[in-house]
Write a protein that binds this ligand. Sequence first.
Ligand SMILES: C[S@@+](CC[C@H](N)C(=O)[O-])C[C@H]1O[C@@H](n2cnc3c(N)ncnc32)[C@H](O)[C@@H]1O
Length: 213
Amino acid sequence: MEGEEIFPGVYKIGERIATKGGGGIRRGKTADGLRIWDPRRSKLAAAIMNGLKEFPIKQNSRVLYLGAATGTTAGHIADIVEKGVVYAVEFSKTSMRNLLESCREHTNMVPMLQDARTPEAYQYLVRGVNFIYQDIAQPDQSRVLEKNAGTFLRRGDKAILCVKARSIDAVKKPGEVFRAERERLSKSFEVIEDINLRPYHRDHRLFVLRFKG
Ligand SMILES: C[S@@+](CC[C@H](N)C(=O)[O-])C[C@H]1O[C@@H](n2cnc3c(N)ncnc32)[C@H](O)[C@@H]1O
């Protein structure tokens, strides 16, 4: 089945979405070279399914991806930024093994075994970053994003932050946690979109942000 392009590099096939791999052998490719993007395995795919209005990642974006895990979402972003690069930061050695495998299939994805809390340790290993995607599920995630944005982004550049309510406060109601996060983020960023990821990811939100510089 033919896919309809809904954002540059993102396709809709019936009720599903997909990205287009470049060359190489990619797992799960359809006959026309599209790779199905599962919203249950990727918060960005869930945000698209839930009506993300403006897709902030361009084909030439240079992405710093914090919390790449095994490279599921990072790999789809690497498909999209065919003229750009994805620096995939992950601090778990166990995940790194699979991430390396995913990087072998995406020549524009660079694996980095680093702690996102210390951008000073990797700032000289990356070049021209103009977008940050962060999904580290840590209580101090806003501070980590602010630190990385201050190191890599210019005023007006965009970022995506995935927020899991329980990893910030397991007792407070998710709505309260999200409100507090949004307020905190609005000191350094303008919140462009704020998307609930139900039913794909419970008590998760995805924020699209513009750095105030
Ligand atoms: C929810 S998972 C990410 C899933 C992934 N973004 C995806 O969609 O395919 C969170 C990941 O962040 C990593 N992580 C947490 N804190 C980190 C830190 N300070 N630096 C780097 N990675 C971190 C964890 O090891 C874990 O693999």
